[in-house]
Design a protein around this ligand. Structure first.
Ligand code: THU
Length: 159
């Protein structure tokens, strides 16, 4: 028997000063995207923005539905839209934030398990992991290797 330990490396920042200009733009885009959420059931407005290797930024927001499971998270709306629009372009970075009662959460919000599965498949498809930036107004967290977000994922070769 062998014991294996799985670790996640996350970087914490007080503000966006240390991010590149394009990453700052991506963070701003996800903040704007939160305004486009359709979330009458949860009141939780999530914004996501994908920076592609062609320099384009594609945004998404959560889209809820009266048939609850038919709704979709902001991250998947953004990633699927990005890959549908630019199927040859790698996602370099994904920024996510959330608003409640018109205010950005002070702490970062992390993608759900299903979104992590989609993030990791995009990483595999394009051969390199996107960086994930989780924006909170008092703390920003960055995960350089987003495959770390879903160890032992389905279809993984991580064993
Ligand atoms: N939601 C997202 O858009 N992204 C996440 O990472 C977690 C949750 C949405 C789904 C639903 O519309 C609302 O937030 C409350 O769960």
């Amino acid at each position: 028997m062998k014991t294996k330990q799985i670790t996640l490396t996350a970087l914490e920042f007080d503000n966006s000063d240390e991010f590149s200009a394009l990453e700052k733009e991506t963070i701003e885009a996800c903040k704007n995207a939160a305004e486009t959420a359709w979330a009458p059931y949860s009141g939780f407005h999530v914004g996501a923005a994908v920076l592609l290797d062609n320099g384009e930024i594609v945004t998404g927001s959560n889209q809820e539905n009266a048939a609850y499971p038919s709704g979709l998270c902001a991250e998947r709306v953004a990633l699927f839209a990005a890959h549908a629009r630019y199927p040859a372009s790698r996602a370099v970075c994904l920024a996510v934030c959330a608003q409640k009662d018109g205010l950005f959460l002070d702490q970062p919000v992390a993608p759900c398990g299903s979104c992590r599965q989609v993030i990791t498949e995009s990483n595999t498809r394009f051969g390199s992991p996107m960086k994930v930036i989780l924006y909170g107004s008092e703390k920003i967290v960055a995960i350089e290797n987003s495959n770390d977000l879903l160890p032992l994922r389905f279809d993984s070769s991580s064993f």
